[in-house]
Write a protein that binds this ligand. Structure first.
Ligand code: PLP
Length: 433
């Protein structure tokens, strides 16, 4: 049996190039991180070979004594990492990723075409929370369920809870979803609980982006108020690529969440668990209970604060005026440039971040903002000083965009382009026969 270099030098070379890119670039995508060598060792282990449909002690295949031990350990560590062990919470660690985890919850507690409300995607929500456009039901969530997104108050950049409440009373959703992909502030869980109770809805938090911050108690605790909490495992939590669903063990609104969710994961939507991922996740969740992890998450937040402060000093407008967590959302529209161009120029300089829509945007393809996150570079040891420097480099990139815009709209170039478009330079003449 050969190692990768011998067995497949082509794939080895691609991996090496990607590793080089990860080393060389400033990784500022808010949903990314660098997991540990220990996690990667577990993910790259023989655990990938085993089928284990079912749950520990109740499998459809033989030979699962060690897999049972592993999954039970992973579950125990998950509950401990989020301080809900002994508090009548359960967890399913088999979801393959964040979107499947969310869809599994929906199919567990809703009937087809039941109603749900999540934060609108152009206002920071995730596709899997029910995104649709006036023309198209984009996400499977909005195809199989009736989605009525709630939105931000565009003047503050904060969730418009008053409007959420009014809409919920009219729309009568069975599920309200907290959580976001591009929201720099905490959610008001007590307020959302009240709204959910007033209309008889389940309250779920998708903490994918901030699960590391939740585990370290540096942001508000969604477990206190929600019935169900879902997460990815590869963002601020810094684990392998996967998902988890936490649920209250006591029945909620007459539903036994434990059996409904476990059945939705398997056999509802998945087959065999990815045991290599569960192995990596168990390693990550051990680390998530350590003092170093708490210190890391505190740095994620303080580094993001330093980035936000420097951007504000440089004159940038941040959605909501700042950040309480690991990301900032910069509104570039006052400068007259868009997020797509800024992303492109910064990418050329190995500064990796993403274009993002900001409240009030007309187009999702050419959004007016960029999203910048601190988890990955904090893992690589950046402090507030380096993050302030990062803000300066982003500023330089934006200036280059402005220069390019000046060139494109400058009258000399405009005149020259008119000249190029004249019959003297007609392309049709040159290529027609
Ligand atoms: N939920 C939120 C809030 C997310 O931001 C994301 C991904 O960015 C997901 C769910 C989906 O996770 P995945 O890409 O693992 O399906």
């Amino acid at each position: 049996d050969h190692g990768l270099s011998e067995a497949d030098p082509e794939v080895r070379a691609i991996i090496d190039k990607e590793k080089g890119r990860q080393f060389r670039s400033l990784e500022l995508i808010a949903s990314e991180n660098f997991t540990s060598r220990a996690v990667m060792e577990a993910v790259g282990s023989c655990l990938t070979n085993k089928y284990s449909e079912g749950l520990p002690g109740k499998r459809y295949y033989g030979g699962n004594e060690y897999i049972d031990e592993l999954e039970t350990l992973c579950q125990q560590r998950a509950l401990a990492a989020f301080q809900v062990d002994g508090k009548n919470w359960g967890v399913n660690v088999q979801p393959l990723s964040g979107s499947p985890a969310n869809f599994e919850v929906y199919t567990a507690i809703l009937n087809p075409h039941d109603r749900l409300m999540g934060l609108d995607l152009p206002h920071g929500g995730h596709l899997s929370h029910g995104f649709m456009t006036p023309k198209r039901r984009v996400s499977g969530t909005s195809i199989y369920f009736e989605s009525m997104p709630y939105r931000l108050d565009e003047s503050t950049g904060l969730v418009d809870y008053d409007m959420l409440e009014k809409t919920a009373i009219l729309f009568r959703p069975k599920l309200i979803i907290a959580g976001a992909s591009a929201y720099p502030r905490d959610f008001d869980y007590p307020r959302m609980r009240k709204i959910a109770d007033a209309v008889g809805a389940f309250l779920m938090m998708d903490m994918a982006h901030i699960s590391g911050l939740v585990a370290a108690s540096v942001v508000a605790d969604p477990f206190e108020y929600c019935d169900i909490v879902t997460t990815t495992t590869h963002k601020s939590l810094r684990g392998p690529r996967g998902g988890m669903i936490f649920f209250k063990k006591d029945p909620v609104l007459g539903v036994d969440l434990e059996s409904a969710i476990n059945n939705a994961v398997f056999p509802g939507l998945q087959g065999g668990p990815h045991n290599h991922t569960i192995g990596g996740l168990a390693v990550c969740l051990k680390h998530a209970q350590s003092p170093e992890f708490k210190a890391y998450q505190n740095k994620v937040v303080s580094n993001c604060g330093a980035l936000a402060s420097r951007l504000i000093e440089l004159g940038y407008k941040l959605v909501s005026g700042g950040s309480d967590n690991h990301l900032v959302l910069v509104d570039l529209r006052p400068l007259g440039i868009d997020g797509a161009r800024a992303e492109k120029i910064l990418d050329l300089a190995s500064i990796t971040l993403n274009k993002n829509s900001v409240p009030g945007d007309k187009s999702a393809l050419v959004p007016g903002g960029i999203r910048i996150g601190s988890p990955a570079m904090t893992t690589r040891g950046f402090t507030e000083k380096e993050f302030a420097a990062v803000a300066d480099f982003i500023h330089e990139g934006v200036q280059i965009n402005l220069e390019a815009k000046r060139l494109v709209s400058g009258s000399k170039l405009q005149d020259f382009m008119k000249f190029v478009a004249s019959p003297d330079f007609s392309l049709m003449d040159k290529v027609s026969d």
